[in-house]
Design a protein around this ligand. Sequence first.
Ligand code: MG
Length: 266
Amino acid sequence: MKKLIYLIVAVIILSCKERQQEENNIPSETKKETTAPTTQKEITDPKETEVWDPEPKAITFNEHNVPSDALVLFNGNDIDQWVSAKDSTHAAWKINPDKTMTVIPGAGDIQTKKNFGSVQLHLEWKAPDVVVGEGQGRGNSGVFFQNKYEVQILDSYQNRTYANGQATAIYKQHIPLVNATKPNDQWQTYDIIFHAPKFDSDGKKTKSGAFTVIHNGVLVQNHIEILGSTEYIGPPKNDPHGNGPIKLQDHSNPVHYRNIWVRELD
Ligand code: MG
């Protein structure tokens, strides 16, 4: 009889151990399900997830679709927002009767009088009226942010060059996702979001800058990291700097511009 009792006790202990082992082998996800549900209050009223403040400021648009909170850098009336990049004297590009302006080859780069940090920039450009040259020699200009970071402007319509140097390339750093360039008889739009890099007080870069570029309505640079200054020769540099002007390049080709405006993001 005693033996039988011992046997029954041993079987009970063994089955308990097996059960414990099985429980230990249950995946954690399943275990969670066996625990008591949390007592989060169920939301049934749609009003409970509505947020009313702060209310975004309403802006308006003028006849050229310029938002009312933008700073107009060029609207065809004058070139007062710009100076020569070389010596800060008068910006000697040509203002045309149709409210456009054209690079005068040899006149030099022009830049804004004002310095900027992170911005949204809109500009419209058109390649030279006569197609001459090829590669980097055809309709070359460029827009620089903080005097260091170039988004390439180039007549890249049926005009092959190195991919990280064609229109909307972050010059020698990032190839555009597609080539959205139109023929030279059509105006083109660039909408650019530029996030400036950050540096600490020791001059060390603490946060890279970033570009998003939309060319003729098409996303071509999707929040890419700026690796440093866009150098013609050699790798990018990361010398510390603060805000800087927006610059348009004279690359010896008569590229046209119109409707340039900027919104500051910081
Ligand atoms: Mg260029």
